[in-house]
Design a protein. Structure first.
Length: 294
């Protein structure tokens, strides 16, 4: 009996050890279910850690505001989402979300159009590159938040100033990256097209543009985070509505019960935008995704 128990124990430990070795090997590729479970683990750890320390602080001080409990955040969110502001007769949650999204989308859209035209031109035409590349490189190094006071003094603290900060913050960086993406297109393709009699417009439209667009979409995904940063900075300094405005208004009263859910909501919006752009990339430019993934 003891030999059988020993044999079973050794067999189980051997399987566990082999599983651990396989898991940490360089060639281990988790299954779809394993990927989902592994992706959930950090969120569970974060939530569990927060709940633990929140409960611990509230046991010591029931009036603690630094780490509110889940129930306290739920009550604040319910008031913020459901109830209408008596002063403005508006739903604050909807009004703040729409105001922030409008500023963000307008700013990112303008920056995307400008950088697409500018970046393509600098990548294609040497004279445009010689004229504008030093200027774009110089301006892209300037921290946008450093010129925020200049923007607000020159353009005002209303919508124009906030949107301009987003545009100035990401346009030059996107332009520089897009110019590099155009230059990375094999020169042989352009030479062959010219040999076959293609016009300059045909080369741009049929060779350069289709190959640059997936990289351009990826750039928008990357620069959405800085765009959010500039939006939050602008709304925090001078605004009458917006998600960031609500965060900094709540900060005056140490209302972490509302600040944390709003941060989570901003993160969720950003995640949704990133997800949509990724799906567009997978659907429209599958060849690019396959090449990138090897």
């Amino acid at each position: 009996m003891l030999k059988w128990i020993w044999s079973v124990g050794v067999n189980v430990l051997s399987r566990i050890w082999n599983t651990v070795k396989t898991f940490f090997s360089l060639h281990y590729c988790p299954s779809r279910v394993a990927k989902v479970l592994l992706a959930i683990v950090p969120f569970v750890l974060l939530l569990g850690t927060y709940i633990h320390f929140s409960n611990k602080r509230h046991e010591e001080n029931p009036r603690d505001k630094i780490l509110p409990t889940i129930s306290q955040m739920y009550e604040q969110v319910k008031i913020y989402v459901v109830e209408t502001d008596k002063r403005t007769d508006k739903n604050l949650f909807v009004d703040d979300t729409l105001a922030s999204l409008k500023r963000l989308l307008i700013g990112v859209s303008i920056a995307s159009v400008l950088s697409l035209i500018w970046g393509l031109s600098m990548g294609i035409y040497p004279w445009v590159r010689s004229t504008w590349m030093p200027f774009v490189t110089f301006v892209s190094i300037i921290p946008p938040l450093a010129i925020l006071p200049i923007i607000f003094i020159g353009l005002g603290v209303e919508e124009l100033g906030k949107i301009s900060l987003i545009v100035l913050g990401i346009t030059f960086l996107m332009t520089r990256d897009l110019k590099i993406a155009v230059e990375n297109i094999p020169r042989e393709q352009i030479v062959k097209a010219l040999t076959l009699g293609a016009s300059s417009w045909a080369i741009v439209y049929r060779i350069i543009f289709p190959q640059v667009m997936p990289r351009f979409i990826e750039m928008i995904r990357v620069y959405l985070s800085p765009a959010w940063l500039f939006l939050i900075a602008a709304e925090a300094i001078a605004s009458k509505n917006g998600l960031a405005y609500r965060i900094f208004l709540s900060r005056r009263y140490l209302n972490m019960s509302l600040i944390i859910p709003i941060v989570f909501w901003i993160t969720s919006i950003g995640f949704l935008m990133n997800f949509i752009l990724k799906k567009i990339l997978d659907w429209k430019y599958r060849w690019y995704v396959d090449i990138k993934n090897g």
